[in-house]
Ligand binder design. Sequence first.
Ligand SMILES: Nc1ncnc2c1ncn2[C@@H]1O[C@H](COP(=O)(O)OP(=O)(O)OP(=O)(O)O)[C@@H](O)[C@H]1O
Length: 327
Amino acid sequence: MITVQDLRKVYRLGSREIPALRGVSLHIPRGEIHGVVGPSGAGKSTLVRCLTVVERPTSGSVTVDGKELTALGERELRTARRSIGMVFQNVNLLDNRTAAQNVAHPLELARVPRERRKERVAELLELVGLGDRGAAYPSQLSGGQRQRIGIARALAAEPSVLLCDEPTSALDARTTHSILQLIRDVRDRLGVTVILITHEPAVVKEACDSVSRLHDGRIVQQGPVAEALTAPESELAHDLLPLVTAASDAHAEDVVDITFSGDAKGTELLSQLARRFDVDARIVAATVETHRGRQYGRMRLGFGPGAPMPQILEFLAGNGVAAEVVR
Ligand SMILES: Nc1ncnc2c1ncn2[C@@H]1O[C@H](COP(=O)(O)OP(=O)(O)OP(=O)(O)O)[C@@H](O)[C@H]1O
């Protein structure tokens, strides 16, 4: 559905070269919500601009719906870009137009007949839960409502892809939650493929099916969010499931991080370990989160002197619990 191959972008400032993307590859199947997360300067904005070829990548390709955008000329690109709806952090609605007129704008540009336009705008406003606010001006809407209108506008031309660039960064936690719910709902109903660019790991955890972590222009981790949550060595697990310290690990000779999901209960595991190996094992830090209705947990365990670590690690692996020795 969306395939990005070895995308590179080097900016030139005088004689200086700034590599912003150093070979980014992605494959996102239809209907998937893929998060791209990374710190400031990682290359997220550059990736967004290169995905829509608003900026020409230095090399590499972007293919959407079987069409290689990077191979098209400007004129063909303008048409091809209609298959990508854009949602921005700053919604950029036209202030002198009502919500309905803002949603209608891309349809006017695409010369959709007036009657069809009216129908479509009504459908879209309904879809984003603002069926009764079409006559309101942007200044009369809350930040969350403006973003809903932004999403309706992005969907107007029936794109197959929704590219969301920090869609919730300007919103409070509750509104963020409702906008992410709306994005998932839109995906479920319309089957669009979504790329969600964010600097917030929590957004990935809440909204995405799969994720790429961008760092310094490279993808340093990629895969389903559920997998990222259960890989103890993964930076994403560290970001998505930050450990809350429960006790000092000063007593411990060995410290191990474990991640588990579903039925494997952390505390149960601890008592099993204590019984089986007669060891002093304590929870040093822990956290539990829910993603797509399934529980994920991380725990840091401290083992007292003399614990048979190779056997303990074998026991954990045998119980489907991933472990990483911290010390
Ligand atoms: N037009 C430009 N000219 C020169 N360098 C640029 C340009 N745009 C971005 N860069 C550089 O490319 C690198 C990646 O920047 P980019 O804006 O893509 O990162 P980002 O992840 O979006 O960061 P942020 O979250 O702060 O927006 C940075 O080193 C940045 O300074």
